[in-house]
Design a protein around this ligand. Structure first.
Ligand code: NAD
Ligand code: WQD
Length: 349
C-alpha cells in the first residue's frame, strides 16, 4: 500500500472557494487526503488547475450541490471519509437580505444533510466555518469566545448562528459528532505562489479585493466608509488574517478532533490575528508593501458596519497549538500578486 491510502480522507465542501482551496493545500501538505465537493456556484473550475500547479497532482473533485442528497450520499458511500470541513455556503451579506430563503436553504440545508450523512456513515469529525459576524459590535475588545453573540444583522449572519446551534444541539443529544466551529475574522490574501486566491464576482463588497482592483486600475477609486468612528484614525477596525494562516488552523482543528476521546463534543474557537487594523492603515500598508498607490476618498458610513472587532486568540493558541505567522503586509502583497495574475479576467460587471 502507498502512504496515500493511509492518509485520513477529509471531505472539503466548498473546497473550490477562497478559504477552501487554501485549506486543501494545507491539508495535502499535512498528510491528509482532501476530497472536494463544490457546485462552483461561487468559484471557477480553474481553481483545480491552480491546486494542481501547487501540489503537483490532482485533488479528487466532485461537482455537486451539498443539498443534493443522492449526490452527497454517493460521495459518502464511495469515499472512506474520516472527517468533514464544511465551507460550502453563500456569503454575501447584502444578497442574503434580498434572498433570505436561498441563504437558509443553502447554508443550513447543506449542514443538516451533512450531519445526517455523517451519522449514517459514522464520520465523526466536523469543522464548521463560522464567522465573527455572530458577535456583532461587542462591548469589550478583544473578543473572546465567551463574548455573547448578538442578534444577527443579516440572514447570512443568522445562518452562522443557527448553524452553530444545530451542531451544538446534535452533540448535546449525543449524536456521535466531534465538532469545532471556527469563527473566522477577516480572511485576506492569497497563496504566495499566486496560483489560487479570492475570486470576487462582480463588484467586490470586501475591502481588500476592492483595494487590489483599484490599484490595478479596474476601479477608479475606493470609498472609505466613514472616518468619524471612535478609533485611532476614525476608520473601522478589523482583524485581517492571511488565508494561509487560516487554512492551517483547519489542519490543527482536525488534529485536535482526532485526539479528542469523547464520542460527542463541540467547541467554538476564534480564528484571527489578535490585532485590529484601521481601514486607512490597511491602505497605507498595501501601498508600502507593493509600491502601488491606491486612489481613495472618504465617504459616508456603510449601514450595518460595526465600529471595531478583533479577536482574542488565546484559545486558538492554546487549544489548537496554532499561531499566525504572516503579517498584514505579507497578506496584502500576496493579494496584490494574485490580482496581477488574474488581471481583469474576472473583472467586474
Ligand atoms: P467562497 O464563496 O469563496 O467559497 C464557498 C464555496 O462553496 C464556493 O466555491 C461555492 O461555489 C461553494 N458552494 C456554495 N454553496 C454550495 C453548495 N450548496 N454546494 C456545493 N458547493 C457550494 O467563500 P469563502 O470566503 O471561501 O468562505 C468559506 C466559508 O467561510 C463560508 O461558509 C463562509 O460563510 C465562511 N466565512 C467566510 C468569511 C470571509 O470573509 N470570506 C468570513 C467568515 C466566514
Ligand atoms: C472591512 C472594512 C468597511 C469596503 C464582512 C462580512 C462578515 C464577514 C467578513 C463572513 C469595513 C471597510 C470595505 C470598501 C471600506 N464575512 N470598507 N470600503 O464588513 O468586516 O465583514 O466580511 O462571515 O460577515 O460582513 O468586511 O471587507 O466588507 O470591510 O471602507 O469598499 O473595510 O467599512 O470597515 P466586514 P469588509
Amino acid at each position: 500500500m502507498t502512504s496515500a491510502t493511509h492518509s485520513p480522507k477529509i471531505l472539503v465542501t466548498g473546497g473550490a472557494g477562497f478559504i477552501g482551496s487554501h485549506t486543501v493545500v494545507a491539508l495535502v501538505e499535512a498528510g491528509f487526503e482532501p476530497v472536494i465537493v463544490d457546485d462552483l456556484s461561487n468559484s471557477l473550475a480553474s481553481v483545480l488547475n491552480g491546486l494542481r500547479a501547487i501540489l503537483g497532482r490532482d485533488v479528487p473533485f466532485y461537482q455537486a450541490n451539498c443539498n443534493d442528497r443522492a449526490a452527497m450520499q454517493a460521495i459518502f458511500e464511495r469515499e472512506a471519509l474520516t472527517g468533514v470541513i464544511h465551507f460550502a455556503a453563500y456569503k454575501a451579506v447584502g444578497e442574503s437580505v434580498a434572498k433570505p430563503l436561498d441563504y437558509y436553504q443553502n447554508n443550513l440545508g447543506s449542514l443538516l444533510l451533512l450531519l445526517d450523512l455523517m451519522n449514517e456513515y459514522k464520520v465523526h469529525n466536523l469543522v464548521f466555518s463560522s464567522s465573527c459576524t455572530v458577535y456583532g459590535q461587542p462591548e469589550h475588545l478583544p473578543v473572546t469566545e465567551e463574548t455573547p453573540r448578538l442578534p444577527a444583522q443579516s440572514p447570512y449572519g443568522n445562518t452562522k448562528a443557527i448553524g452553530e446551534d444545530m451542531i451544538r444541539d446534535a452533540v448535546r443529544a449525543n449524536l456521535p459528532i466531534k465538532a469545532l466551529a471556527l469563527r473566522y475574522f477577516n480572511p485576506i490574501g492569497a497563496h504566495p505562489s499566486a496560483e489560487i486566491g479570492e475570486l470576487p464576482l462582480g463588484v467586490p463588497a470586501n475591502l481588500v479585493p476592492f483595494i487590489t482592483q483599484t490599484a490595478a486600475g479596474m476601479r477608479a477609486s475606493l470609498t472609505v466608509y466613514g472616518d468619524d468612528y471612535n478609533t485611532p484614525d476614525g476608520t473601522c477596525v478589523r482583524d485581517y488574517i492571511h488565508v494561509v494562516d487560516l487554512a492551517e488552523a483547519h489542519v490543527q482543528a482536525l488534529r485536535k478532533l482526532s485526539e479528542t476521546n469523547a464520542d460527542a463534543s463541540y467547541d467554538i474557537i476564534n480564528i484571527g490575528t489578535g490585532r485590529g487594523e484601521t481601514v486607512l492603515n490597511v491602505i497605507k500598508t498595501f501601498e508600502e508593501a507593493t509600491g502601488v498607490s491606491v486612489n481613495y476618498s472618504i465617504g459616508p458610513r456603510r449601514p450595518g458596519d460595526v465600529e471595531q472587532v478583533y479577536a482574542d486568540v488565546s484559545k486558538s493558541n492554546r487549544v489548537l497549538n496554532w499561531h499566525t505567522t504572516h503579517s498584514l503586509a505579507e497578506a496584502l502583497r500576496d493579494a496584490w500578486r494574485w490580482q496581477q495574475k488574474i488581471g481583469a479576467k474576472v473583472a467586474a460587471s
